[in-house]
Structure formats: structure tokens, C-alpha cells
Design a protein around this ligand. Structure first.
Ligand code: ADP
Length: 301
């Protein structure tokens, strides 16, 4: 029996893709797509050619997070063309979201159909010469994950980044994600702890009059005090823990499981806004803290 012709075609397609990174999570809503989107923006802004492939067939949020809602896919004799980000043509995106007649349409497919579309995504999309293919997977370890590994494994997957929040219930599922990667032989590039505390700018902090004991504006009083006594702290983030991380969070779990911990990203309303508006958070001054955290993580990958 000869080699599977689909796998041969996929290998041909992937010959122009230097690196392939999967972005995984145990649970939904932990910020996996946000991370995939911002990772792709960061790489594209660093002058890399990037493809972002959304294989979350039932809940594609990548088109919105890249500011590409309502775009269509075009076909040429080279294959399906990705949709390119308007502000940065280094970044091409493919998602089932571009194929739905209406954004509210539900995709109610069983495994074989999802498998078929993912195969088309890796076989029929013309990415051209790219440095990175970032694959945003749905949460968990289900049909989509088995499909992508089945199709790309032979072409070399660089590894997986797992995104989580700090709670135990999320981390239990991360352990399963790690087991999945180990079973199918995918290297774990590391774990990102997202929403690990709430970012507050000092100017958001409210001090009461009784604390400052004067008739002047209390917040201004506090800010002036900090500016005077500890200027280096002036624009520092203040993080309040919102989730219970008394058990050590993702960092401790990484130590126990023997996988790299890549870092923490605080909960940041400005990062959320950038994602909602389909923008990069880098270069956006208001996202300073979360963008800095993300940059540090991306440099480690
Ligand atoms: P997932 O892909 O894991 O389901 P999303 O990336 O869709 O999660 O994120 C869920 C929501 O949380 C989105 O509205 C996103 O903008 C927001 N979000 C993600 N990370 C952060 C963060 N660090 N700070 C604030 N909001 C965030």
C-alpha cells in the first residue's frame, strides 16, 4: 500500500511553512484565541510572515479578533487564499467563520465533517512562503485535535502552547492537555497563565478622604505621594488576585508536570478591548502591562 495521497499533498503544502505552533487550552474562555491572535500580531509586527489557522469549527472567534468579520475566502488556481489583515499584510487568516452566511449560524457537525474541513484547511489553503503557522484549536482534546495532529504530524509540528487561568478546575484540564500532547508526541513549548490577577493602573485606585486626611482630592494625594516617595512604582501595575491561586497556580503545576512555564498575563480590560476591536495590543499604550507580559512570553517561545 502506497502513502496516503492526502498526506502527500499536505506535505507539499506545508513545505513552504517553516514553523507550526498549536495553541491549546483545557477549557473554553481562558483566553486561548486572544493569545493566538496577539501571538500572530506580534510575529507579523516583527516582520515575520504568519498564517493563523482557526480550527475551532463550532466557535470560530479568530475573524473577529483579527478585525476580519464579514470577509470571504477567495479561490485561485493555487488554492484557497487566506484573508489578510488590513493593517499588516504579513498576517493571513483562515477560519470557518469566513464561510458562514451569517455570523449567528451554528455549525452542527459530527467528527468526520470537521475532519474533512480541517483536511481542506491544511491541504487546499495557499499560505505561500511563511515563517509561522499558528493553529488555534478548540478547548479540550476532541475530533479537531486528533485531525490536526493526524494531518500535520508527518510534516513536523514545532510544539504546543497551552493557555490556562490559575484556578484548580482549569489546571486539572491542562494536565489532560499535557497528557494528550505526550501521547501523540507533540512537544509542549510551555504554559501561559492568563487572567492571573486584575491589572489596575494606580490612577484607578480609589483612596478615601480619611486615608489622606485632607480636603484635596484623595486619589491625587496618593499619586503625588507615590511619585515623590517611589517614582519607579508610579506607573507600575497593581494586581489584585481575583481567582484563587493559593495552590500555586500554573507555575507550580508546570514544575510538577515537568513542562516550561512561560509566564502570566494579567486580566486587562484594555487587552479585552483590543481583542473585541480586532486590534493588536502592541503599540497600544493603554495595554502597556498586558502587552509587555505577552511580549515576554512570546520571546521565550
Ligand atoms: P478562549 O479562546 O479560551 O475561549 P477567548 O480568547 O475567546 O478565550 O477569551 C474570552 C474572553 O476573555 C474574550 O472576550 C477576551 O477578549 C477576554 N480576555 C482574554 N484574555 C484576557 C485578559 N488577559 N484580560 C482581559 N480580557 C481577556
Amino acid at each position: 500500500k502506497g502513502p496516503d495521497p492526502d498526506l502527500v499533498e499536505i506535505a507539499d503544502r506545508m513545505a513552504t511553512v517553516k514553523h507550526k505552533i498549536l495553541v491549546l487550552s483545557g477549557k473554553g474562555g481562558v483566553g486561548k484565541s486572544t493569545f493566538s491572535a496577539q501571538l500572530s500580531f506580534a510575529l507579523a509586527e516583527a516582520d515575520r510572515q504568519v498564517g493563523l489557522l482557526d480550527i475551532d469549527i463550532c466557535g470560530p472567534s479568530i475573524p473577529k479578533m483579527l478585525g476580519l468579520e464579514g470577509h470571504d475566502i477567495h479561490k485561485s488556481n493555487l488554492g484557497w487564499s487566506p484573508v489578510y489583515v488590513e493593517s499588516n499584510s504579513n498576517l493571513g487568516v483562515m477560519s470557518i467563520g469566513f464561510m458562514l452566511p451569517h455570523p449567528d449560524d451554528a455549525v452542527i457537525w459530527r467528527g468526520p465533517r470537521k475532519n474533512g474541513l480541517i483536511k481542506q484547511f491544511v491541504k487546499d489553503v495557499y499560505w505561500g512562503e511563511i515563517d509561522y503557522l499558528v493553529v488555534d484549536a478548540p478547548p479540550g482534546t476532541s475530533d479537531e485535535h486528533i485531525s490536526i495532529v493526524q494531518f500535520l504530524q508527518g510534516t513536523g509540528i514545532d510544539g504546543a502552547i497551552i493557555v490556562t487561568t490559575p484556578q484548580q478546575v482549569a489546571l486539572i484540564d491542562v494536565r489532560k492537555e499535557i497528557s494528550f500532547c505526550r501521547k501523540v508526541g507533540i512537544k509542549i513549548l510551555g504554559v501561559v497563565e492568563n487572567m492571573s490577577g486584575l491589572k489596575q493602573q494606580l490612577s484607578d485606585l480609589k483612596f478615601s478622604r480619611s486615608e489622606c486626611g485632607t480636603e484635596t482630592d484623595a486619589t491625587e494625594w496618593a499619586l503625588n505621594l507615590i511619585r515623590e516617595k517611589a517614582p519607579e512604582l508610579f506607573d507600575t501595575l497593581v494586581c489584585s488576585e481575583i481567582f484563587d491561586s493559593s495552590q500555586g497556580g500554573a507555575q507550580k503545576m508546570c514544575l510538577e508536570m515537568g513542562v516550561p512555564f512561560l509566564g502570566k498575563v494579567p486580566m486587562d480590560p484594555q487587552l479585552c478591548r483590543a481583542a473585541e476591536e480586532g486590534r493588536s495590543c502592541f503599540g497600544d499604550k493603554s495595554c502597556g502591562v498586558s502587552a509587555l507580559a505577552l511580549k515576554g512570553i512570546i520571546e521565550k517561545v
